[in-house]
Design a protein around this ligand. Structure first.
Ligand SMILES: [Zn+2]
Length: 469
C-alpha cells in the first residue's frame, strides 16, 4: 500500500547556498504578503462600491454590479494569475529565485483563505480560523518546491530547483535506496529554518512492506503522564528521559530571562536564540523517545487505545486569567502558558500522530476514546466512577472495591477496556485498518502538519535515521 512519508534531513549549506535558501524563503514570504495585500485591497474596493457615498450616485443595482465586478483572488490559480501580471513591477528581482518560491507563498495564502472561509461557514472542524495575518520578518522561514529538479543526488547531497546541490548533515541513504529501487517517488520538498539550522523535508509516496503486529488481537491502552512519560496497560512504565527535565528547567530560566531583556536589544535576540535551541532539543528528545515507544507498540499490538487530545488540554496546563473575550490578562501569563503547553501538551498529539501511521503500516488499529470517557476517574476493577480526582492524587483508591493502583496505570487499564469494547462491538477483531471495518476503528488523520499548513493527508515525518521503520 503506498503511503505518504516525509524524509527530513538537516542541511549543511555553504554560505552561498545559505543565502539562496534564505532568499527563497524570503521570496515565499514576500509573495504571501503581497497576495494578502492584494486580497485586502480588493475587498476594500468591493466594500467601497457598496458603500453609502456611491449609492447617492448609483442605484443599488448599479452599485451591486460594480461590487460584483471586483474580483477578489481567493484561490491559488487566481493569485498566481495576478502575481504573474504584477511581478515585473512589484518584484523586478523575481528571476533571482525559483518560481516555486512565489508559488509556495501564494499556495500557503490560498490555503489560509480557504481555511478561513470554511471555518466561517462552519464546514471546518477544529478551532476556528481567523483571517490570515501578514507574515512578519521573524516568522518561521520555509519554502516548498513541488516541481523542477528535486532529487537526492547521492548519500550526502540533495538537489533543489535554482538552489542547486546541497550537502546534508545526515546520510540520505534510506531515501536514496527507496528511490533507486523505484519504491518511492518525491512529491515535494520543503526547506525550513529552525533555530539557525536548515532542513529539507521530502514528502514522498512510498510503497511500504511492513510485517503485521506480533499480537494482532491484543488491545492495549496508553496513558501519558506528567511524572512518567507514559504508562501502558500491560504495566510497562516508560520513564521520562532525565535530559528532558534538565532542558525544561533551562527553558523556564531562559523564558524569565527573555522577559527581562529590553525589546529589540541584542541580548534579547541572543536569549531568544538560546531559548529556540533549547526548545528544539526538548522537542527532539521527546520525539525520539516516543518513536521508540510507538514503534514497539505498533509492531507488537493489534489495537492501541489513547485518550482524546482535548482531555489533557482541559486539565493539565495552568491557564492564565482570561478576559472573557478570549484574550489573556497579560503577556507574561500567555507566554508561560505557551511554555507549559509546549512541555506537556505536545506529547499526546505527537504520540497520536506517530501511532496513527505506524499502526497503518503494521495493520493495526488506533482507537481514540470519547472525550467524555472518564479514564482517570473510573475504577479499572469494578467500574465505579469517582466524582472528583485531583491531579495531585497519584494513586487511585477505590472506595467501592478497595482497589489501590497507580493513577496512570488505572487510566491505561480503562482505556484498554474501552478499546476491547469497541473491538467487540465492531466485530473486527482480526481485521486490520486496511480492510476497513467499523469507522471508529479507523485511525483518524493526523491533526495538523508540523509546518502549520493544516493540509490533511497521511503525510508523516520520519527522521533520516528511519527509527520509525
Ligand atoms: Zn473499584
Amino acid at each position: 500500500m503506498p503511503v505518504h512519508q516525509a524524509f527530513r534531513f538537516e542541511l549543511d549549506p555553504s554560505d552561498r547556498t545559505r543565502s539562496a535558501l534564505a532568499s527563497h524563503c524570503g521570496a515565499s514570504r514576500f509573495a504571501y504578503n503581497w497576495g494578502l495585500g492584494l486580497v485586502n485591497e480588493r475587498i476594500e474596493r468591493r466594500d467601497r462600491a457598496r458603500s453609502e457615498a456611491l449609492k447617492e450616485l448609483l442605484s443599488d443595482d448599479e452599485a451591486e454590479e460594480l461590487a460584483r465586478r471586483v474580483e477578489v483572488p481567493w484561490t491559488l490559480p487566481a493569485l498566481r494569475r495576478e502575481w504573474n501580471r504584477d511581478k515585473h513591477v512589484v518584484a523586478p528581482w523575481w528571476k533571482e529565485n525559483s518560481k516555486e518560491s512565489y508559488s509556495s507563498g501564494l499556495d500557503a495564502l490560498a490555503r489560509a483563505l480557504k481555511n478561513f472561509s470554511e471555518s466561517k461557514r462552519g464546514t471546518r472542524t477544529g478551532a476556528s480560523v481567523g483571517f490570515p495575518h501578514k507574515k512578519k520578518r521573524w516568522a518561521r522561514r520555509s519554502c516548498r518546491f513541488t516541481t523542477g529538479a528535486i532529487a537526492v543526488v547521492d548519500d550526502r547531497h540533495v538537489q533543489l530547483p535554482r538552489v542547486g546541490t546541497i550537502r546534508t548533515k545526515e546520510p540520505t541513504v534510506k531515501l536514496r535506496r527507496l528511490l533507486d529501487r523505484g519504491r518511492a517517488r518525491i512529491l515535494s520538498a520543503t526547506i525550513s529554518e529552525e533555530a539557525g539550522r536548515w532542513f529539507a523535508s521530502f514528502t514522498c509516496e512510498v510503497e511500504r512492506e511492513d510485517p503485521t503486529a506480533t499480537q494482532p488481537t491484543a488491545v492495549v491502552g496508553i496513558d501519558l503522564g506528567v511524572k512518567h512519560l507514559a504508562v501502558v496497560s500491560t504495566g510497562e512504565v516508560v520513564e521520562r528521559p532525565t535530559a528532558l527535565s534538565r532542558y525544561e528547567r533551562r527553558m523556564r530560566r531562559l523564558g524569565r530571562e527573555l522577559s527581562r531583556r529590553q525589546k529589540g536589544s541584542r541580548r534579547r535576540a541572543r536569549t531568544r536564540a538560546r531559548l529556540a535551541r533549547c526548545h528544539r532539543k526538548v522537542t527532539n528528545t521527546r520525539r525520539d523517545v516516543l518513536h521508540q515507544l510507538t514503534t514497539r507498540l505498533a509492531t507488537t499490538y493489534g489495537t492501541v487505545v489513547v485518550e482524546d487530545l482535548h482531555v489533557r488540554g482541559m486539565t493539565a496546563a495552568p491557564k492564565p486569567a482570561e478576559n472573557g473575550d478570549g484574550s489573556y490578562a497579560h503577556n507574561g501569563a500567555r507566554r508561560k502558558a505557551g511554555l507549559n503547553r509546549a512541555i506537556l501538551d505536545a506529547s499526546p498529539a505527537e504520540l497520536r500522530r506517530q501511532l496513527t501511521y505506524k499502526l497503518i503500516w503494521h495493520g493495526g488499529d488506533l482507537v481514540v476514546a470519547d472525550r467524555w470517557f472518564p479514564s482517570s476517574k473510573t475504577c479499572s476493577a469494578c467500574g465505579e466512577v469517582k466524582a472528583k480526582l485531583p491531579l495531585a492524587e497519584r494513586t487511585y483508591r477505590c472506595e467501592h472495591c478497595d482497589l489501590v493502583v497507580d493513577r496512570d496505570l488505572n487510566a491505561a487499564l480503562n482505556l484498554a477496556a474501552y478499546g476491547r469494547r469497541v473491538v467487540a462491538v465492531s466485530g473486527t477483531e482480526t481485521q486490520n485498518a486496511r480492510g476497513g471495518g467499523h469507522p471508529r476503528l479507523r485511525p483518524k488523520p493526523p491533526v495538523k502538519r508540523e509546518d502549520g499548513s493544516g493540509q490533511p493527508g497521511r503525510t508523516v515525518t520520519v527522521s533520516s535515521q528511519g527509527e520509525a521503520a
